[in-house]
Design a protein around this ligand. Structure first.
Ligand code: PBG
Length: 328
C-alpha cells in the first residue's frame, strides 16, 4: 500500500513506545488505603484477599515500607469494636481513639509520610450510616444533614489535633466541606487540607469494604446522600460547591466504572483530582487473577493507567504497594 501515515512506526520498539507514551504512572501517583483495628495482631480480610486489618505496630511498618517505595500518602480506615458504636457516633471524636493513636504513631515514625483520614460516621455509628439517623413514626430512616455536619467537624478537628495532614470527608452531607474548613481554621489548623469525596456514588462496588469493617448499614441504603450512578452533571454541581467551600483536592469514587466522571471533573477544575479504585474493583481483579483468568500485574497496571489517563492526578488503590513494587 502507498501509505504516508503509518501510526505503527511509533509502536515499533519498546524504546519508541516509551518516547511517545502519554501517561506514565509512578508510585508518587498513589495513595495507599489501610485498615486498622485495636488488636495486637493482624487479621486477613476475608472479603478482600491480600488485605489486612493491621495492628498499630504493623501499620507503622507497612506504611513505612510503602513510603520507601515512593508512595507519598496513606489513608486510614478503622474497624471499631462493636461496643464503641453508638447512635451518636461519639467515638469518632475521641482523642484517645484508634485513628488519633494511629496518626500519632505514623507521624512519629515517618514524618514525611502524608497521613489522610476518612471523615464519616459509618465505622462509629450503630446504624452503619455515614450520618446520624432519625427514625420516623413509620419506621423510615432519615439521615440528618446539619446535625451530622456538626459531628463531622468534631471528628475532623480530632484528626487534625492528632497530626493528620489531610482530612477526607466521605459522607456526602451538604455543606460539610465549608463547615469543616471553618472549624479547622477556627482552631488554627489552617494548614490541614481537605480532600473531599466530591462525587461519591451509591455503589455496589463498596460491598467488600463494608465486609472489611463490619460497617454495612443495618437497614436501608445510602441513596439519599451518595450519588445516583446514572448522573454526571450532578458531579459537576458537587464540584462547584466543594470548590466554593474550600476543598483542596476533589475525588471521584469509584474510579474504573466512572472514568467519564473523572474526565468531566478534570475539564471543570484546576484543583488536583483524586480517584478511588474501590474494594469491589480490587476484588474483581484479585479474584479473576487468583482463578488464573487474567494476568494480575498487567491488569492492575492497566486499570491504574486508565484512571490516570482519564484525568486523575492521584489514585487511591488497595494495589498501591503492589503496583509501586511492579514499577520499581
Ligand atoms: C465510608 C466509606 C466507604 C468507602 C470509603 N469510605 C463505604 C461506604 O460509603 O459505604 C468505600 C471504599 C471501598 O469500597 O473501597 N464512608
Amino acid at each position: 500500500m502507498n501509505l504516508y501515515q503509518r501510526p505503527r512506526r511509533n509502536r515499533k520498539s519498546a524504546a519508541i513506545r516509551a518516547m511517545v507514551r502519554e501517561t506514565v504512572l509512578t508510585p508518587g501517583d498513589l495513595i495507599y488505603p489501610l485498615f486498622i483495628h485495636d488488636d495486637g495482631s493482624d487479621t486477613e480480610i476475608a472479603s478482600m484477599p491480600g488485605c489486612r486489618r493491621w495492628s498499630l505496630d504493623s501499620l507503622v511498618r507497612e506504611a513505612g515500607e510503602a513510603h520507601a517505595l515512593g508512595i507519598p500518602a496513606v489513608i486510614l480506615f478503622p474497624a471499631i469494636a462493636g461496643e464503641l458504636k453508638t447512635p451518636g457516633a461519639e467515638e469518632c471524636a475521641n482523642p484517645e481513639g484508634l485513628v488519633p493513636r494511629a496518626i500519632r504513631a505514623l507521624k512519629a515514625a515517618h514524618p514525611t509520610l502524608v497521613v489522610i483520614t476518612d471523615v464519616a460516621l459509618d465505622p462509629y455509628n450503630s446504624d452503619g450510616q455515614d450520618g446520624l439517623v432519625q427514625r420516623g413514626e413509620d419506621g423510615a430512616l432519615e439521615i440528618l444533614n446539619d446535625e451530622t455536619v456538626e459531628v463531622l467537624c468534631r471528628q475532623a478537628l480530632c484528626h487534625a489535633e492528632a497530626g493528620a495532614d489531610m482530612v477526607g470527608p466521605s459522607d456526602m452531607m451538604d455543606g460539610r466541606v465549608g463547615a469543616i474548613r471553618a472549624a479547622l481554621d477556627g482552631a488554627s489548623f489552617e494548614g490541614v487540607s481537605i480532600l473531599s469525596y466530591t462525587a461519591k456514588y451509591a455503589s455496589a462496588y463498596y460491598g467488600p469494604f463494608r465486609g472489611a469493617l463490619d460497617s454495612a448499614p443495618k437497614d436501608g441504603d445510602k441513596k439519599t446522600y451518595q450519588m445516583d450512578p446514572a448522573n454526571v452533571r450532578e458531579a459537576v454541581r458537587e464540584l462547584l460547591l466543594d470548590e466554593e467551600e474550600g476543598a483542596d483536592m476533589v475525588m471521584v469514587k469509584p474510579a474504573g466504572p466512572y472514568l467519564d466522571v473523572i474526565a468531566a471533573l478534570r475539564d471543570e477544575t484546576t484543583l488536583p483530582l483524586a480517584a478511588y479504585q474501590v474494594s469491589g474493583e480490587y476484588l474483581m481483579i484479585k479474584s479473576a487473577s487468583a482463578a488464573g483468568w487474567v494476568e494480575e500485574k498487567a491488569v492492575v497496571m492497566e486499570s491504574l493507567v486508565g484512571i490516570k489517563r482519564a484525568g486523575a492526578d492521584t489514585i487511591l488503590s488497595y494495589f498501591a504497594r503492589e503496583a509501586a513494587q511492579f514499577m520499581g
